[in-house]
Design a binder for this molecule. Structure first.
Ligand SMILES: Nc1nc2c(c(=O)[nH]1)N[C@H]1C(S)=C(S)[C@@H](COP(=O)(O)OP(=O)(O)OC[C@H]3O[C@@H](n4cnc5c(N)ncnc54)[C@H](O)[C@@H]3O)O[C@H]1N2
Ligand code: MOO
Length: 398
């Protein structure tokens, strides 16, 4: 990608960013975390059962443990030989032709093979009248009927949701090996930028790209370990960058990549092996990337819409995949009004779903409030120049 000459395709640049970020993360080994901290992490290996579940035969109902043969003919009255509660051991073996009161989850006494729910019984002194017959196995949860020792309970690569955490605890794990979480440094550049909550001087504005990129990376499962700003001084940017490199697997920068006199990102990273040029899209044309001894620096253009669209197209898919989050898929939708597109560039318009179809906002890359009002990106292919009202277009969720 040579400045001003060649233009890379969106797909080529996306593949490059994907490879750089995956390679960077692959240098880190798995983390081991307590099961309490495993939610939202991604299983590094297949998680197998360390014990059978259930680990002992137990009752599915509050009722009476019996041998099915004793209740084949009903009604019948049986002697009650005791009570088994959850947490008890199974007690003495069952004597055929008797009943033992039993609670849900309590071990079924050896020799008993069915449970009659309490609703179908009536206590009569020290005996119980059984009003309904039950077959062998009814309301008995057999050992290993859910999972057996050694079975895979959660495959490698699964993002651990509440249900997975419950299952891995139930099968005996106290800690779990998970993929490392991608550590992202966000560096916004520009002499004009001020922190939220401070008074912008003349010509200055709030740094909205830094918080945008950090929020987006967190939403896509990464850990944002550095959030910082640099002026357009090469010394300042180099110092900020060198610090970020010690704390992150990937550095994302915004601004300073186009053709002005103060393009600090390009000026500092170009001599360190960076590549800066154009990708055939709008917004987000100017892009850069640098491999700093295995830590990729992905450089997005500074316009707020360009920064976020660049992130969504180039970084979001790989971040979501590394975090075990499902890939976002495009839909087809109807355009309310006709739109134009720049020939030779893939265009991403900001759109909003309405009952009548997708409405679009202006194409300007500074329209940060219109961006907030949008909920889809309308994806127009390179060869499109005009799309009439009522046409079907491809839209991505924002
Ligand atoms: N002669 C040319 N000029 C420009 C070209 C070009 O090809 N030739 N490309 C234009 C396009 S497209 C874009 S996009 C921008 C990209 O410029 P930079 O990446 O160098 O970004 P800056 O100049 O630093 O800033 C652009 C714009 O965005 C505002 N900005 C920057 N950072 C932030 C931030 N963190 N939060 C909020 N707003 C930010 C900045 O104030 C500028 O208005 O270049 C065009 N020019
Ligand atoms: O590509 Mo710039 O990103 O059009 O505004």
């Amino acid at each position: 990608m040579t400045q001003g000459h060649s233009t890379r395709s969106v797909a080529d640049h996306a593949a490059l960013v994907d490879r750089l970020i995956r390679t960077a993360l692959s240098r880190r080994g798995p983390d081991t975390v307590a099961v309490e901290d495993a939610h939202g992490r991604v299983a590094h290996t297949d998680l197998r059962a360390l014990i059978d579940v259930p680990s002992f035969r137990n009752s599915q109902m509050d009722g009476y443990a019996v041998d099915a043969a004793a209740v084949a003919e009903v009604p019948v009255e049986l002697d009650v030989t005791g009570v088994v509660a959850a947490g008890d051991d199974g007690g003495d073996a069952h004597v055929p032709g008797t009943a033992r009161k039993i609670m849900t989850g309590a071990p079924v006494p050896r020799g008993a093979d069915a449970v009659v729910p309490v609703e179908d019984t009536e206590a009569v002194g020290g005996r119980v009248r059984i009003g309904r017959s039950r077959r062998s196995g009814e309301y008995v949860r057999e050992q290993g009927s859910d999972v057996r020792v050694g079975d895979v309970v959660v495959p490698a690569g699964t993002r651990l949701e509440a249900r997975h955490v419950g299952a891995i605890v139930a099968v005996g794990h106290a800690s779990v090996a998970v993929r490392p979480r991608l550590r992202v440094a966000v560096v916004a550049t520009g002499a004009e930028l001020v922190a939220p909550g401070t008074e912008p001087g003349p010509g200055c504005l709030y740094d909205s790209n830094g918080p945008t990129l950090a929020a987006a990376a967190i939403a896509d499962g990464a850990e944002v370990t550095v959030r910082t700003r640099s002026t357009d001084s090469a010394e300042h940017f180099a110092a900020v960058l060198d610090d970020a490199l010690t704390r992150a697997d990937v550095v994302v920068t915004s601004g300073g990549v186009s053709m002005g006199d103060f393009e600090v990102v390009r000026d500092v990273l170009g001599p360190r092996g960076g590549t800066f040029g154009h990708v055939g899209m709008q917004p987000g044309g100017p892009q850069g990337w640098t491999d700093l001894d295995g830590t990729p620096v992905i450089s997005f253009p500074g316009n707020p819409v360009s920064t976020l669209v660049s992130y969504l197209i180039f970084a979001r898919p790989v971040l979501r995949d590394l975090a075990g989050l499902p890939a976002l898929r495009p839909d087809d939708a109807i355009l309310v009004d006709a739109v134009r597109s720049i020939p030779g560039k893939r265009q991403f318009l900001r759109g909003r779903r309405t009952p009548g179809g997708i409405t679009t906002s202006g194409p300007g890359s500074h329209l940060v409030a219109s961006l907030a009002a949008a909920d889809v990106l309308v994806d127009l292919p390179e060869d499109t120049t005009e799309v009439p009202a009522g046409a079907t277009v491809r839209v991505w969720p924002l």
